[in-house]
Write a protein that binds this ligand. Structure first.
Ligand SMILES: Nc1ncnc2c1ncn2[C@@H]1O[C@H](COP(=O)(O)OP(=O)(O)O)[C@@H](O)[C@H]1O
Ligand SMILES: [Mg+2]
Length: 371
């Protein structure tokens, strides 16, 4: 069901009476049937947001609606929300099967006992915890407890499912498999869900839309493609992608950019709408979009010197000095360039991003025309 968060703040009273503003003026709509990831570094306000939606924390300001009902003052049990908690919150005296099925059979919507048992079995099999259904939480690993907690949330009928870092304790291979299964299960049942994660791979793999938060503030909300092609600011641009986007400072002049400390040449970016002359900008290009010794197809090329070339098993990271600036290029094949030798570095105008050097807001993207 559709979730609307409307100008919500969350402040906690911290030490010495200082208020901690954990979430600031958050406005966000999750469409019915969508899976949205709240993505950001530790402490950016993800869990606080989820707990306000579920009702375990009060909102300090603003409103929350679910399926057209205002819910921010309702007790958790009346919000029709299911949540998998960051700390699992399993009941120690109950078996895993009892934890997952807790309240299912005689819950408000009343599915029968047999149907509840079947659902517990199905969700446990999906999450590979079928064999431990008769065990108790204390005898299990963190990864098993985490999957039991996720299973309990997914087994429920609810208007909204909230998943707080639901796979952080899993082995990488199992995590990759379960991402796909959990997404498919949510989609098959038409469920609306908010996933909290600090893992951009998880967000990209699972989410229809991603909301990036930093310092309690929503930075951008869009599809994974939109965030990659048209980051709203330099924070989002450098947060997404590894290694981070290269950023070079410069100034706009008539017909092109003059980049600081690289060369006196005017850099033309065909097809990119430049800000007015005089504007101080940062030019961003992602490492895997930089071409080394480009044959053709690069709109812009600079001469540089190779600082290092490291092969990481499946990709090369090549560090290049351009004038007095450093950029990183990534190649998925080995590149025969040696430290201390000259190299040319190029890129297509479509891969360029321009940001305001002061505030960091995006001014233009090479792929704007495609949107
Ligand atoms: N109960 C609380 N009391 C005081 N401060 C809190 C409380 N819970 C969270 N915070 C603070 O609010 C900020 C956001 O925390 P949280 O929502 O848990 O972030 P995230 O889940 O993104 O890591 C952090 O600075 C955290 O220290
Ligand atoms: Mg958290």
């Amino acid at each position: 069901m559709t979730l609307t968060i409307d100008h919500v703040d969350k402040s906690y009273s911290g030490r010495a009476g200082h208020a901690v503003l954990a979430v600031r003026d958050l406005t966000l709509t999750v469409a019915d049937g969508d899976l949205v990831a709240l993505l950001g570094s530790s402490g950016c306000g993800k869990t606080s947001t989820l707990r306000m939606i579920a009702g375990f924390e009060d909102v300090s300001r603003g409103g929350i609606s679910l399926a057209g009902r205002r819910i921010e003052t309702l007790p958790p049990a009346r919000r029709r929300v299911a949540m998998a908690f960051e700390g699992y919150a399993l009941y120690p005296p109950l078996t895993i099967a009892e934890n997952i099925g807790f309240g299912l059979a005689d819950g408000g919507r009343g599915i029968g006992r047999a149907e509840a048992a079947k659902r517990v079995r199905e969700v446990a099999d999906m999450l590979e915890i079928g064999p431990i259904l008769q065990r108790r939480p204390n005898s299990l690993s963190g990864g098993q407890q985490q999957r039991a907690s996720l299973a309990r949330a997914l087994a429920r009928d609810a208007d909204l499912h909230l998943l707080d870092e639901p796979m952080g304790q899993l082995e990488p291979q199992l995590r990759a498999v379960l991402r796909g299964r959990v997404k498919a299960a949510l989609k098959a049942r038409g469920m609306t869900a908010v996933l909290v994660t600090h893992d951009q791979t998880e967000a990209n793999a699972m989410a229809d839309k991603i909301a990036i938060m930093e310092g309690g503030v929503l930075q951008q909300y869009g599809t994974p493609n939109e965030l990659r092609d048209r980051p709203a600011n330099l924070y989002v641009a450098t947060f997404l992608g590894e290694p981070p986007m290269n950023a070079l400072d410069g100034v706009v002049e008539a017909g092109g950019l003059r980049l600081d400390d690289i060369s006196d040449r005017l850099v033309a970016l065909p097809g990119v709408r430049l800000p007015p002359p005089g504007a101080r900008i940062a030019l961003g290009v992602r490492p895997h979009r930089l071409q080394l010794n480009p044959a053709a197809g690069a709109d812009v090329a600079f001469q540089g010197n190779v600082v290092s070339n490291q092969w990481l098993g499946d990709q090369a990271h090549v560090v290049v000095e351009l004038g007095r600036r450093i950029v990183v290029a990534v190649s998925h094949v080995r590149v025969p360039v040696r430290a201390g030798t000259a190299v040319s570095v190029g890129f297509a105008a479509a891969d360029a991003h321009l940001f305001d050097a002061e505030g960091g807001g995006a001014l233009a993207h090479g792929r704007d025309a495609a949107y």
